[in-house]
Design a protein. Structure first.
Lengths: 116, 118
């Protein structure tokens, strides 16, 4: 079964620095999504990258996808204290007809701490 | 607020009681998903429903757990005869669809219900 795994498990940086988180998965995917979760809250969708895309940007976020290596990375540039949260990648598989299975398979997450 | 609404936010039950968790999807969304999150872990898929249909329940325990999404009203995740191991955060998400037209639309999550079993 699919399984996303992020590394590092925890990352501690200073404000203004860049943060890079990696995600690996095991089976073919329809798309890969990154979510943020603040303590005690639900998940906030950050960015979705399709299986035929290699790179995507959204504000200070940059996501890459390498389907040959079954891996993705999330880069947050010029980090802020407000970026402190857990970050999860989630994969969405699909059948041969392109219909999503619907369910997302999440990794264990990376806990990011940005010190002011 | 047009987001996914879950209630209650916190639910405390004694062992053996029943827990009912509710989820109202975003406006216009007819696909609902339930996930469970144990402390310090990622979310684990439980069940995927459309109106009046269970599409995929492969992640849901065979006993004591059930889910429904009636024609009218919210989706309900029901846990009967709760045990300590059921303590977790339960998240609901919704999406607009999953066929090839919508297969690249994200799921939107509620803030979850934190279930504590005494």
């Amino acid at each position: 079964s699919q399984q996303g795994e992020e590394d590092p498990q925890a990352l501690s940086i200073q404000e203004g620095e860049n943060a890079t988180m990696n995600c690996s998965y095991k089976t073919s995917i329809n798309n890969l999504q990154w979510y943020r979760q603040n303590s005690g809250r639900g998940l906030v969708h950050l960015i979705l990258i399709r299986s035929n895309e290699r790179e995507k940007h959204s504000g200070r976020l940059r996501v890459t996808l390498d389907t040959s290596k079954k891996s993705s990375s999330l880069l947050i540039t010029a980090s802020r204290a407000a970026d402190t949260a857990s970050y999860f990648c989630a994969t969405d598989g699909s059948n041969a007809g392109g219909t999503s299975y619907g369910k997302l398979t999440f990794g264990q997450g990376t806990i990011l701490t940005v010190h002011p | 607020n047009a987001g996914v609404m879950q209630n209650p936010r916190h639910l405390v039950r004694r062992r053996g009681q029943e827990a009912r968790l509710r989820c109202s999807p975003m406006k216009g969304h007819s696909h609902v998903y339930w996930y469970r999150q144990l402390p310090e872990e990622g979310l684990k898929f439980m069940v995927y429903l459309q109106k009046e249909n269970i599409i995929d329940e492969s992640g849901m325990p065979k006993e004591r757990f059930s889910a429904e999404f009636p024609k009218e009203g919210p989706s309900i995740l029901r846990i009967q005869q709760v045990v300590r191991g059921d303590s977790a955060a339960y998240f609901c998400a919704s999406s607009i669809g999953t066929d090839s037209t919508y297969s690249n639309q994200p799921q939107h999550f509620g803030d979850g219900t934190r279930l504590s079993i005494l």
